[in-house]
Design a protein around this ligand. Structure first.
Ligand code: FPP
Length: 241
């Protein structure tokens, strides 16, 4: 049974609102995504300084291929550029990078960049940063189940959990979605079963330490019951004291 903890051991974020941030400034949508990279750098540092050990972000969904071709290729370029520019700093900051999602559809250049970044940061342990790219929760569950079936492994909650793309991490304690919408959009469908959900109206490029702290405060005020009653939770807290 998971337990209530004051600082989440794993925060997952749907970084929404880049397009609106750009439109409000009469800029192309891609300018919002570029600004989104700066917000991500800020939040990685903020999570590390708050002793959050795992951060997972949704950077490109399986459904984002349906966006205009210019925006899709712009997002690929942003990923390649971010890898080229940021990996050495992430390395110095003790961040271990993982890319989660279907790499088949990505170009050889992008795939090589992802692999190199993972190898370069594999020895780091301050913060694990999972970047979900060409990721969808349904894709994750279906491909894990297909792998288990092909290997003749019985499908149970344990075997499926262990075959998912985030098997190297505990499930997220807190899922934040920025940009005002209130849905999961195919993000971590299995892993978010007991996560606390926090929705912020702040557009992702404006998401800063204060906005993160507001979400952390909201999280700390929630009672996580994991199917139990309030009384049971109070009693087990008492017993642990
Ligand atoms: C959703 O906002 C955001 C995305 C689809 C892309 C997220 C990417 C970043 C934050 C850049 C970081 C990326 C990498 C590769 C590390 P939206 O475009 O749907 O915004 P809208 O709802 O305002 O239109």
């Amino acid at each position: 049974m998971a337990e209530q903890v004051a600082v989440p051991r794993h925060i997952a974020i749907v970084m929404d609102g880049n397009g609106r941030w750009a439109s409000r400034r009469f800029l192309p949508r891609i300018a919002g995504h570029k600004q989104g990279v700066d917000a991500l750098k800020r939040i990685v540092k903020a999570c590390a300084s708050r002793h959050v050990p795992v951060l997972t972000v949704f950077a490109f969904s399986s459904e984002n291929w349906n966006r205009p071709a210019e925006e899709v290729s712009g997002l690929m370029d942003i990923l390649a550029l971010a890898l080229a520019r940021e990996v050495s700093q992430l390395q110095r900051d003790g961040v271990q990078l993982h890319f989660v999602g279907d790499r088949e559809a990505l170009s050889a250049r992008v795939r090589k960049g992802l692999e190199d970044a993972e190898v370069a940061t594999a020895g780091n342990s301050l913060l694990t940063l999972n970047v979900c790219f060409n990721y969808g929760g349904r894709w994750d569950i279906a491909s894990a189940a297909a792998r288990l079936a092909a290997a003749g492994t019985p499908i149970t909650e344990e075997s499926l959990s262990g075959a998912l793309a985030l098997a190297h991490c505990a499930d997220p304690d807190l899922v934040i979605r920025t940009g005002g919408e209130k849905r999961l959009s195919n993000f971590l469908l299995w892993q978010a079963a007991y996560s606390e959900l926090c929705f912020s109206d702040v557009l992702w490029p404006d998401f800063d330490e204060a906005a993160l702290d507001a979400a952390l405060q909201e999280y700390a005020s929630r009672e996580r019951r994991f199917g139990q009653t309030s009384q049971q939770i109070a009693e087990s807290t008492e017993t642990r004291r």
